[in-house]
Design a protein around this ligand. Structure first.
Ligand code: FBP
Length: 383
């Protein structure tokens, strides 16, 4: 897999709110307005976050109401998505909801989603059936998203989430002519693909929304990680934790341990040492695993720990998707001071070869993830 050089992007100026007196009244809208004032060059992104704000509130409501007897959103849609997964009704509904919210900002050139077979080119197809979408001349972006991560858990009321990554759209990005020749795709389609298959180092923003005891929207614009909590009384996301940092040390790991024996050796060795308390920290780790990436990553960010879905003899590339799960969550983890690796590579530097590509993933507290990286470096593991 190709590795991408790091992008030298100017660091954004982040609005500063001190912990105690200022945060109580800082809504996401106000936060984004302050970001736009401090960084006029990315003012357009704040419009996208307006759409994300609305869509996540609507999804939060849908998820909460989905358990009610009157709800028609439980169960399966009857279709199978491009990855062979049975689509839940909520997968389809939340996908449509987010697609529409983002499209009508007029700022989006392309979107790619777990529930869409191919990237959707909004520039090439500006007119869709009855709804004409006007794409502004201004800055355009590419959005990649997993509309309802962990949806297999939704019927049991287990936390689920939405994951979003935002890239700049480059009208004159280099296209892969092989794709044009061999796969008979048009130049426009090749350009659409090239704009979609960008490495995490190109991300300009990423966010996840966790639908759980509360609804949390966690985001980075490349200068720290900010946690907003939905205040249902005013219907606004309110800044609850500015500029969070993940603890460098930890004693919690979060993996589907049922796969442990199928993992490759370095991963097995490290987790067995953590279980016995014979790892670098000498701490005996405890295990926590929800089986919903957004829930497991949110806990890991706040309490410290290591979350991952390593490669194994069944899922030789792991289970999680690089473009709309791995990279956006790695951007947030790194911005909070953590690390994210495949074991051998920094996830953010991996260039996706196709939209639904899977990648082995281990992310979390710096010193523990470094232990995994060191173990892979020592081993000449095939993975
Ligand atoms: O059930 P497993 O194999 O442990 O996999 C759980 C992982 O799969 C996922 O549910 C995959 O996500 P999707 O629901 O978006 O396909 C992750 O949220 C979670 O971390």
């Amino acid at each position: 897999m190709e590795e991408a050089p790091s992008m030298n992007r100017p660091t954004l100026k982040a609005p500063v709110f001190d912990e105690v007196c200022e945060t109580t009244g800082v809504t996401l809208t106000r936060f984004m307005n302050e970001v736009a004032i401090l960084n006029p060059e990315i003012a357009e992104i704040t419009t996208l976050f307006g759409a994300i704000d609305t869509a996540c509130k609507a999804i939060s409501n849908l998820v909460k109401r989905s358990q009610l007897p009157s709800s028609e959103t439980l169960g399966y849609q009857g279709n199978v998505n491009v990855q062979g997964e049975d689509q839940k009704k909520l997968d389809v509904i939340t996908n449509d909801l987010l697609k529409r919210a983002l499209r009508f900002t007029g700022r989006l050139g392309i979107l790619a989603s777990e529930e869409e077979d191919e990237p959707v080119d909004l520039i090439g197809n500006a007119v869709t059936d009855s709804e004409e979408i006007v794409i502004d001349e201004g800055e355009k972006y590419v959005a990649v998203f997993d509309p309802l991560d962990g949806s297999s858990n939704v019927d049991a009321g287990i936390p689920t989430g939405t994951i979003i990554g935002i890239y700049e759209h480059d009208d004159c990005c280099e296209i892969d002519y092989d794709c044009v020749d061999e796969e008979d795709c048009t130049e426009q389609e090749a350009q659409c693909l090239a704009n979609t298959l960008q490495p995490g180092t190109n991300l300009v923003a990423s966010a996840y929304c966790l639908y759980s005891s509360s609804t949390f929207l966690v985001l980075t614009l490349g200068n720290g990680v900010y946690v907003f909590t939905l205040d249902e009384t005013i219907g606004e996301f309110v800044l609850s934790k500015p500029n969070i940092k993940i603890p460098e040390d930890c004693k919690i790991y979060s993996f589907n341990e049922a796969n442990l024996e199928k993992w490759d050796e370095p991963m097995q060795k490290v987790v067995k040492r953590w279980r016995e308390g014979t790892g670098k920290s000498g701490e005996r780790f405890s295990s926590r695993y929800i089986g919903s990436m957004v829930g497991d990553v949110h806990r890991t960010l706040l309490y410290g720990g290591v979350f991952g879905y390593p490669a194994d003899t069944k899922n030789t590339n792991g289970k999680l998707r690089l473009l709309y799960e791995g990279a956006p969550m790695s951007f947030i983890m790194e911005q909070a001071g953590g690390l994210s690796t495949t074991g051998k590579r920094r996830v953010m530097e991996c260039v996706p070869e196709y939209v639904h590509q899977r990648i082995p993933l281990v992310m979390g507290s710096k010193n523990a993830v470094q232990e995994v990286i060191d173990e892979y470096a020592e081993s000449d593991s095939a993975y």
